[in-house]
Write a protein that binds this ligand. Structure first.
Ligand code: CA
Length: 506
């Protein structure tokens, strides 16, 4: 033991002085069942985000979430533990009818956003506040102003949008949210808050932008469009914002692989906004199914019959395929030059069923469906309740119901986390899928002092190490190789107790 401790002390003193700064990649792939290739992120602040706007309504309806071991856990802790570093939340102005019934879609009002922001911050995650400037879904087909703003001129809407945005941000921060970014409008390709004219829309965006700047100049402002496959159109939006002098930081788009073209085109259009106008670029929404099965009785956006082929649906409908898709979208954003690719937010990655219909048929299916429907109505945990018909008669009024994306969540119908969720962390390191003997740096099947020597030689840049050997060498399992791993390994060899599974097959 004395000899080992001498080595330990020598190593601790020697290594820092001989290491050139940041010369080699010391990340260590982690052992995982889901294969993920590492991304070398140009921007160290890259946002690996998730939208979970419906979570409060799901919890109200009795849904619980569990980690992979099956233990019930706060959803936000599960996300943070798996590498999600930011949460997105949509904010509707007043998603309730005159009798107080929620429209559904999470009844996503400011109060819900405050709860979500506070819980995200409790686990170290930042918040992207996504203002729809509507009482319900805003997207290319719908940009209806809030009921309270009906009849206002564009100039009057610009005044109220300023006050509403600024006041709401103050409330979010007071509630404990760690705001990093604000979306002024959602998928605003056709307009915003009922203003479809280009000049009016720009006036509203500028007023909303001033509200964010006046709140806190450090908080980034995102303008969010969709249909990036319409290459010329989405590039025109970057030109448009410039032409009208809208002050913003991040050019964002949705990217759904069924509809939105190739990933190389995504990189192209984001790069255009980044390079031409000096903006950051981001994917504000994406998702991919891990299965084509439905689990709540409401038809899914991507199913056996719908959208399962499309522009770029090349990945398997499996846990691995879901992780592959997320990794590929993040990679496409990271290819935007000069570190201006800022992040990817996965859309509604926890919008699971409120009652599992899997395997049920006949009257058992009907009973479960009716029970689910009652919850969608009562708690607003489906995409729309029947109460939304007064505000959105053509869509919600006709097709109200449950989750259309339960098969794109990172949780199974019982609420248990899927291993694909690891991708938010493992894109930083990569994975190895074969078993390795932890501590066996040189790959000879044993763990001994030669492994510590081998690791020191790697850290001194005298030798390379293959992925599996770097994985085995990361004995403290933090995703990077440092002198700490040598120390932990030597302590293990000196028979000190360790918290890590050194000498075990992982
Ligand atoms: Ca469904």
């Amino acid at each position: 033991m004395k000899k080992l401790l001498t080595v330990l002390c020598a190593g601790a003193l020697l290594l820092p002085s001989v290491l050139p700064a940041a010369a080699v990649d010391r990340s260590a792939p982690v052992r995982d069942s889901v294969a993920v290739e590492k991304i070398n992120f140009q921007n160290p602040a890259f946002l690996r985000g998730m939208d979970v706007s419906s979570v409060i309504s799901l919890e109200d309806a009795g849904v619980t979430f569990r980690d992979e071991r099956g233990e019930e856990q706060d959803l936000f802790k599960i996300l943070a533990d798996n590498g999600v570093n930011a949460v997105r939340v949509r904010i509707w102005h007043d998603p309730y009818d005159s009798e107080g019934h929620g429209y559904g879609g999470g009844n996503s009002d400011l109060d819900k956003a405050k709860q979500i922001g506070r819980r995200a911050a409790a686990y170290g995650m930042k918040l992207l506040a996504d203002f729809h400037y509507s009482d319900f879904w805003a997207d290319p087909a719908k940009q209806k102003e809030p009921k309270a703003w009906a009849g206002l001129s564009a100039a009057q809407k610009a005044e109220v949008i300023y006050t509403y945005t600024n006041d709401s941000l103050k409330e979010l921060r007071a509630a404990g949210a760690d705001l990093c970014m604000v979306q002024i409008g959602n998928e605003i390709t056709s307009g915003v808050a009922g203003c479809m004219d280009n000049a009016d829309r720009a006036a509203l965006l500028s007023a909303a932008s001033r509200a964010v700047r006046d709140f806190d100049s450090e908080v980034m402002i995102a303008c969010h469009f969709t249909d990036p496959q319409k290459t010329d159109t989405i590039k025109w939006f970057a030109d448009y914002l410039h032409q009208y002098g809208v002050d913003y930081d991040v050019f964002a788009t949705s990217y759904y692989p069924s509809w939105h073209g190739s990933l190389s085109n995504l990189t192209h259009v984001l790069s255009y906004a980044a390079e031409t106008y000096g903006k950051y670029a981001m994917v504000a929404e994406t998702s991919y199914p891990y299965t084509l099965e439905d689990s709540d009785g409401h038809a899914n956006t991507v199913s056996f019959w719908n959208n399962n082929t499309g522009d770029d649906m090349r990945w398997d409908f499996s846990v691995q395929g879901q992780a592959d898709a997320v990794r590929a979208v993040a990679d496409a954003v990271n290819r935007v030059p000069d570190g201006r690719g800022l992040g990817v937010f996965y859309w509604e990655g926890a919008w699971i069923t409120v009652g599992d219909i899997t395997g049920k048929t006949g009257s058992a299916w009907t009973r479960q469906y009716n029970a689910n429907r009652a919850k969608w109505e009562q708690y607003g945990c489906g995409w729309a309740s029947s109460y939304a018909a007064e505000y959105d008669p053509d869509d919600a009024g006709q097709y109200c119901g449950g989750s259309a994306v339960d098969n794109q969540a990172f949780f199974d119908p019982k609420g248990q986390a899927l291993p694909s969720l690891h991708v938010f962390k493992t894109v930083l390191t990569g994975t190895v899928t074969n078993s390795v003997l932890s501590g066996d740096v040189n790959g000879d099947g044993r763990v001994d002092v030669n492994d510590a020597t081998q690791l020191q030689r790697f850290l001194a840049e005298l030798i390379p190490l293959a992925d599996e050997r770097r994985c085995a060498a990361d004995v403290d399992q933090n995703g990077s190789l440092t002198a700490d791993d040598v120390t932990v390994l030597l302590r293990y060899l000196a028979e000190f107790e360790t918290d890590f599974p050194i000498g075990a097959v992982i």
